[in-house]
Design a protein around this ligand. Structure first.
Ligand SMILES: Nc1ncnc2c1ncn2[C@@H]1O[C@H](COP(=O)(O)OP(=O)(O)OP(=O)(O)O)[C@@H](O)[C@H]1O
Ligand SMILES: [Mg+2]
Length: 414
């Protein structure tokens, strides 16, 4: 079936979708090359179809999503890309969508930022039974990424993402609150999260940080802008791509993200778990997105003894070891450990809230708080070293300058 790939109100390209697989089988005329999704290679005006299909597939619910097989069975749909087609690819994280050939649909009338959406898909994804009458597929849940069970819901007029945790500790929703609390104390732009309970299970809730005017472009797409030369590190390559695009404040952002991820021992900061924000019409880059999805941290899937020993902690996205990744931080002058003096209370309060004790016991909480305090002390030591080094450097600099001035006065060269 034929569609126009749309970016808000801009027609981007003509595409055809395969009725069975939901994949893009042909790309026709391109109307607005600049509005193609970032990181799609274009040769002589022709976008690469494999690239566009990768982007399109990334838009669908991943096959690894908790409970997706059962949900697809209930919906009697063969794959998650067909779900995408049924909601015209509309999302609450960006402004792309597909317009069926011959339709008069306009973004104003169908976007989920300003218009209500159906709860049907969210209900099924949360394990509810299929309604007896016809299902309404118009929902941003069809285009949401990530492995954890999640759904969008309009709460008090606001678009909110509700996300579960994984067994046995169901710790991720609480971790989001703790990570956000740490970032709030350190003055780092972040997405605030809270915990709600549904059928005795905890879920995190956060508001949509994307608006009808803006959109989130994941770091993965920024990285795909250029092929990484073999002799260049991922970190340097990412900075270079971001600089070429003109995204402001990237290095300062990465300094903060890497530091926070060290403190919380985040194990899943992959390139789709951070990104930048741009204006969807002018394509102007507004900056890096507030930090979101920090839940796979604080030993979320480990037993207390492993947390105590900081064993088996993996690290992403630039290095697979947190100590190594921390070396990429160029400036720690903003880091004030005094602002985290109540971090133990923050952790204890958050992990003892409501029914949390059913999943997380006291010794686990102590192990988590001890580990976090230890890591904060380590960063404070490094920050102090940085300062000492800089002072040293400045003093040497001053001495050198004085010596130079002196030599100049004397008209001598050293
Ligand atoms: N507050 C938000 N506003 C807009 N988009 C969001 C928000 N939070 C998350 N998203 C989008 O939804 C996607 C899935 O959310 P999130 O990363 O929190 O889920 P997850 O299941 O924890 O992911 P993962 O598989 O990486 O663990 C994100 O990659 C991002 O594109
Ligand atoms: Mg994620």
């Amino acid at each position: 079936m034929k569609y126009t790939l749309m970016h808000k109100n801009t027609a981007v390209a003509q595409i055809e979708l395969d009725d069975v697989t939901g994949l893009i089988s042909r790309i026709g005329e391109v109307y607005a090359e600049k509005h193609l999704p970032l990181g799609i290679s274009v040769v002589r005006g022709r976008p690469d179809r494999a690239d566009l299909n990768e982007w399109w597939t990334d838009r669908s619910i991943p096959a690894s999503r908790s409970g997706i097989r059962e949900a697809l069975e209930t919906l009697e749909i063969s794959n998650t890309k067909m779900l995408l087609v049924r909601c015209l690819g509309l999302s609450l994280s960006d402004q792309y969508w597909i317009k069926p050939e011959g339709s008069e649909l306009s973004w104003e009338h169908i976007n989920f930022f300003d218009n209500p959406f159906s709860d049907d898909i969210g209900d099924v994804l949360f394990g509810g039974n299929k309604k007896t009458d016809a299902l309404d597929f118009s929902s941003p849940d069809n285009t949401s990424d990530g492995n954890l069970k999640k759904r969008w819901k309009i709460m008090d007029g606001k678009r909110c993402l509700i996300k579960g945790g994984s067994n046995p500790f169901r710790q991720q929703p609480f971790n989001e609150v703790i990570a956000a609390g740490i970032m709030a104390r350190l003055g780092i732009a972040h997405v605030p999260y809270s915990v709600i309970w549904h059928k005795d299970a905890p879920y995190s809730v956060c508001e949509d940080f994307v608006t009808a005017e803006t959109e989130l472009i994941p770091a993965w797409r920024i990285l795909k802008m250029r092929k990484k030369p073999n002799n260049v590190s991922l970190y340097t390559h990412f900075l270079a791509c971001a600089e070429e695009l003109g995204i402001p404040g990237v290095q300062a952002f990465l300094d903060r993200m890497i530091t926070v991820d060290y403190i919380i021992a985040n194990e899943d900061r992959h390139f789709n778990n951070f990104g930048a924000i741009r204006d969807a019409e002018t394509l102007e880059w507004l900056g890096m997105a507030p930090i979101y999805d920090s839940g796979s941290s604080l030993g979320y899937d480990k037993v207390a003894s492993e947390i105590r020993a900081s064993r088996n902690v993996t690290c992403k996205p630039f290095k697979n070891d947190h100590e190594e990744q921390l070396k990429l931080v160029s400036d720690l002058s903003w880091f004030d450990p005094n602002r985290l003096s109540d971090v133990r209370e923050l952790i204890e309060d958050t992990l003892s809230e409501g029914g949390a004790s059913e999943y997380i016991d006291k010794s686990r909480i102590t192990a988590i708080a001890d580990a976090v305090e230890r890591r904060i002390r380590h960063i404070a030591d490094i920050a102090a070293e940085h300062t000492a080094r800089n002072e040293d450097f400045t003093e040497n600099d001053v001495e050198e300058n004085i010596a130079e001035d002196y030599s100049n006065q004397k008209g001598q060269r050293f």
